[in-house]
Ligand binder design. Structure first.
Ligand SMILES: [Zn+2]
Length: 271
């Protein structure tokens, strides 16, 4: 069995007090982080990148990673949360300090999201730049969340000297053209359960075209449960399902795909 990594999940926030109703419902039935990890390890998922979405959630991801073997943390301010941090030097300084903690391997998720626009685009850009500055100063990889915003994302990305920013475009669902731009910039591509229920033929072709040496597997658990498990809470154990689906779509041996994804994840995050 090849050791697998869930390169993007939110299992640190699984609990009865989660704001997400599906999560709190399942947590009350006994499906907490310990059980989630046990179930994942039983099918070969050995490591987990726990991704923060604001300062409090990033602190939670770091303490969870420090308490659990095989877990690592990414600290980030999601574009939805940007408005709370733009004029908040204290929180920004705390965020910078958090980066020095053991088991922090990346900054993210950070980016631009124009689909929901929970924060103004200018606030999103300012908070993205804050995180890019921090990553480039500390040579840390990034986990990007970009949705319907590549036309503004690339100019910001390109304003940093070539080679200073490295990372993954998480939950990638954009066009083949954006895929090749990303590949040319040395970025990795994170694929999750969306691939298993995508219906658009152009999008299927795009998933097929992702080079194996740039592929990262992720669940984004508890969100985006892959087919045919829609309706259940998403958990890292479903990495196996995403790998199976992609191997079939790309007509490659599953072992080869899984090994590449694991190697890529280790290379990017230095774990
Ligand atoms: Zn996420």
């Amino acid at each position: 069995m090849i050791k697998l990594i869930d390169s993007h999940c939110h299992i640190h926030s699984f609990g009865p007090n989660s704001e997400d109703q599906t999560v709190s419902k399942w947590a009350k039935l006994g499906l907490g982080p310990d059980e989630i990890i046990r179930r994942a390890k039983a099918v070969g998922i050995e490591e987990f990148i726990c991704v923060g979405t604001d300062l409090e959630d990033s602190v939670a991801a770091v303490s969870f990673a420090q308490a659990n073997q095989g877990c690592y943390a990414a600290i980030g301010i999601h574009p939805h949360e940007a408005k709370r941090y733009v004029n908040n030097p204290k929180a920004q300084a705390d965020f910078g300090e958090l980066l020095k903690q053991p088991k922090v391997v990346a900054i993210g998720e950070c980016g631009l999201d124009y689909y929901y626009q929970h924060s103004d685009p200018l606030e999103q850009a300012a908070i993205l730049r804050f995180q890019l500055d921090l990553a480039s100063r500390n040579n840390v990889p990034l986990i990007f969340h970009v949705r319907e915003a590549y036309s503004d994302f690339w100019p910001i990305f390109n304003s940093y000297p070539k080679g200073t920013l490295r990372g993954v475009l998480h939950s990638f669902t954009d066009t083949e053209e954006t895929l090749s731009t990303a590949i040319n910039k040395g970025l990795y591509i994170g694929v999750n359960g969306i691939a298993t229920f995508a219906k658009d033929p152009a999008q299927k072709e795009m998933f097929k075209a992702i080079p194996l040496d740039r592929l990262l597997l992720e669940t984004d658990a508890p969100y985006l449960t892959p087919a045919p498990y829609r309706g259940n809470i998403n958990e890292p154990k479903y990495i196996v399902r995403i790998a199976e689906f992609l191997a079939q779509l790309k007509q490659v041996k599953i072992d080869h795909l899984e090994q590449s994804a694991t190697d890529n994840t280790k290379r990017l995050f230095g774990i």
